[in-house]
Design a protein around this ligand. Structure first.
Ligand code: NAP
Length: 231
């Protein structure tokens, strides 16, 4: 089995936690990260896998990203898989006309600049090794096709994240690094709520699929359950 080194952001609960579990079960070494150290370490204990280790990461904090980059470069010398999962603010309570722009800014900083910041930190290591899989965990709420009103901060952040996917994939053509957006569907998590039809297992599977694509796999696409969906 071809074991990879994987990093998952925002992994102390929800889809990120489950992605870590599935990647480890597939035999990959996983660095589970969270902004709250205590919560993240507790999850690592719960998952009971020798393949999962912990490191703190706040995707909005340059120093935190730099510390993790240096830790991974020193201890592993490479990073094969980056899952940009951390996300916030499904803002059903506001519309674009009246949205609180501070909350929009905060949302963009986590949901767009977070993945951008972390990708910039790790792409050089991936380039050095000629291999990488970057998965931006996006959302149907970010699809331009049929987009209406509602969830303005969140939708703008995820539509922008999809643009980042396209840009990075184009920049990284023929480097061995594949970059894709994945929508997990509507999943029962703190963000998705109790009414969501999918459990975390289903939500995480499509993310793990994109994280473990073969060398001739797609890049610059938007997928759900391993199938292309419209931007
Ligand atoms: P969740 O249960 O709310 O988990 C979000 C995770 O992101 C938490 O671990 C949270 O950590 C972390 N996070 C937030 N800000 C962070 C930061 N600055 N640095 C590092 N971690 C941070 O949500 P989820 O449903 O699992 O969502 C995971 C991803 O799927 C998100 O990108 C979300 O937009 C996307 N998604 C979810 C659904 C759904 O139906 N659930 C649908 C479409 C897309 P704390 O515990 O510290 O807050």
């Amino acid at each position: 089995m071809n074991s990879k080194i994987a990093l998952v952001t925002g992994a102390n609960r929800g889809i990120g936690r489950e992605v870590c579990s599935q990647l480890a079960k597939a035999g990959h070494q996983v660095i589970l990260t969270s902004r709250d150290e205590e919560k993240g370490k507790k999850v690592v204990e719960e998952l009971k896998s020798d393949l999962i280790s912990y490191h703190p990461l706040d995707v909005t904090d340059d120093d935190s990203v730099a510390q993790l980059q240096s830790y991974i470069e020193t201890n592993y010398g490479r990073l094969d898989i980056l899952v940009n999962n951390a996300g916030i603010n499904y803002d059903t309570w506001q519309n674009a006309e009246q949205a609180d722009l501070q909350s929009v800014q905060k949302t963009l900083n986590t949901n767009l600049l977070g993945p951008w910041r972390v990708s910039q930190a790790f792409i050089p290591l991936m380039r050095k090794n000629g291999y990488g899989r970057i998965v931006n965990v996006s959302s149907g709420a970010g699809a331009l096709n049929g987009m209406g009103g509602g969830t303005p901060a969140y939708s703008v952040s995820k539509a922008s994240l999809n643009v980042l996917t396209i840009k990075l994939a184009a920049d990284l053509q023929n480097t061995g690094i594949l970059v894709n957006s994945v929508g997990p569907g509507w999943v029962r998590t703190d963000m998705g709520g109790k009414e969501a039809p999918r459990d975390v297992t289903e939500g995480a599977e499509g993310v793990v699929w994109a994280a473990t694509l073969p060398d001739d796999g797609p890049t610059g696409g938007f997928f759900r359950d391993g199938k292309l969906i419209e931007w």
